[in-house]
Design a protein around this ligand. Sequence first.
Ligand code: NDP
Length: 331
Amino acid sequence: MESNPSILTFQLTMEHQKCLIIGSGPAGYTAAIYAGRANLSPVLYCGLQMGGQLTQTTTVENFPGYPEGVDGNEMMMQLRQQAERFGCDMRDGIIEKVDFSKRPYVVTTDRGVEVEADTVIIATGASAKYLGLDDEKKYNGMGVSACATCDGFFYRKKTVAVVGGGDTACEEAIYLAQLCKKVYMIVRKPFLRASDVMQKRVFDNEKIEVLFEHNTLGLYGEDGVEGAHVVRRKGEPDEERYDLPIDGFFLAIGHKPNTDVFREFVALDETGYIRTIDGTPRVASAADPTKALPGVFAAGDCADPVYRQAIVAAGSGCKAALEAERYLQTL
Ligand code: NDP
């Protein structure tokens, strides 16, 4: 039977790439710089939040090479430009589906675009966690936020609360104290988990009041947050419940790795962090976590429950790209 030329004309071949990077934080961009310089012509999908978590922070003071610190957004723009200079194809879009069951691997974007790839570098980072209260959803965008640097501006001369006692919570509280009349920190333990230097900055700041051994039960307000129902020393004989009048409620209780989309093929730990093989960026297979999924690598916070630092993420992005390059030489 003769083939119909008009049908053949419209047959689409799936795009094929040597190196596909998912995520645009320090890990993804660093992987892109290395893969670009190695002539792998990387394609990078930026994800929901271009530039990653550092675009939501203020000054980054601990990234080597910036003696005076650097604005998080500015640093990410510079990393992006550096990767573009070496030919990385930056694309908007979120990867919604992957098929790592056979090679070449196939990823599908939120716009339905399918891309085949010989190697995939997963650098999807982590997202802010919420307490799980119904009121967080009810007042989302109406007084509830997980990003002080994004939303703090709306609370100038107002009273806010930050939940959490880690470095992020301290950083957010210090930032908000520059704008707000008063900042409470709602901390469930009788101590802060944050580093000593951050704790000192918090305790030295007269606008910040730390409410130790406090938990949030709910929020209240007519057209937005007007206060939080809190409990002090929950379950103890001297338990005390009261209402704390606030205008804004900021979550800073840690992050969840963005790895759900890979769950079928990639081994994850109990929190959802990607498991890798013996300290390498090689991703462990969900079917047999002792074996690597050939050509799939992880970098940055999505695979790092321990350090979660930009400099570590950048270093792991470098490692992932070097591994991808070596793997491609074996094909
Ligand atoms: P952390 O995991 O370090 O701290 C989370 C905080 O939230 C803890 O105080 C924890 O309490 C509290 N928390 C968690 N779940 C709940 C809950 N359900 N209810 C109430 N409180 C809760 O997360 P961070 O985001 O602060 O930091 C992550 C990593 O990033 C750390 O390694 C940190 O050092 C680093 N970082 C470094 C910065 C810097 O150097 N400039 C800035 C920001 C982060 P508990 O202690 O009781 O578990």
